[in-house]
Ligand binder design. Sequence first.
Ligand code: ADP
Ligand code: NI
Length: 223
Amino acid sequence: MNENIINQVVIQLKLEFANESTGHDWFHIERVWKTSKYIAQKEGGDLFVVELAALLHDIADHKFVENADVVAEMRIKKILSDLKVDEGVIEKVSHIVRLCSFKGNTEVNKMDVLEGLIIQDADRLDAIGAIGIARTFAFGGKFGNLLYHPDIKPTKFSSAKEYRDKRTHTINHFYEKLLLLKDLMNTQTGKKLALKRHVFMEKFLNQFYDEWNAKSELSLESE
Ligand code: ADP
Ligand code: NI
């Protein structure tokens, strides 16, 4: 029964998000779903709620949809009540999705249920490491941002609106979000997974600056 509901949600989302190109395509959703299941196996939580909330966590993105919280809640209610999901489960999924998003680290994290803490970790893990780097440059390209500009420094955002509206170069996004995520992980399993991806990003940045400053070429020539 629950498996059937999950399959139906998967079919709908695959169709809707197939061509999304701001980092929330179906494969992002699928990775968050799988990672959430993995973390839940280690940390506990109601697996049905975890799977549904993971699948629906990006149903309305606050960066692109006006009144995203309201739109998300309406869409979740419609999709899940059409599939005859229990009212209590729908409430819990809506609650988790509402509290899930990063919003420039401008607000205290209000997530208060284990299933939500798990999904937040899985979503954040997909924003770091090799995949996180790829998504970040894909996002920057879509919005016509420079890869890097040495004179434009990272910002500490004072509101979710500022985070949403600010257009800067893509390397800044590492300092404004990606490198902060390892310390914002909620679960022990999330922390462990984040560390490896964090170290990889640091290596990437070092190499990036070396190439930018032509250091690697210079050191090759002196060998
Ligand atoms: P999430 O799916 O974790 O909620 P977001 O909606 O914040 O992530 O962003 C989707 C993807 O786009 C993520 O990989 C994120 O790091 C990236 N992204 C968001 N804002 C920017 C930005 N200003 N510059 C580059 N990448 C960004
Ligand atoms: Ni997401």
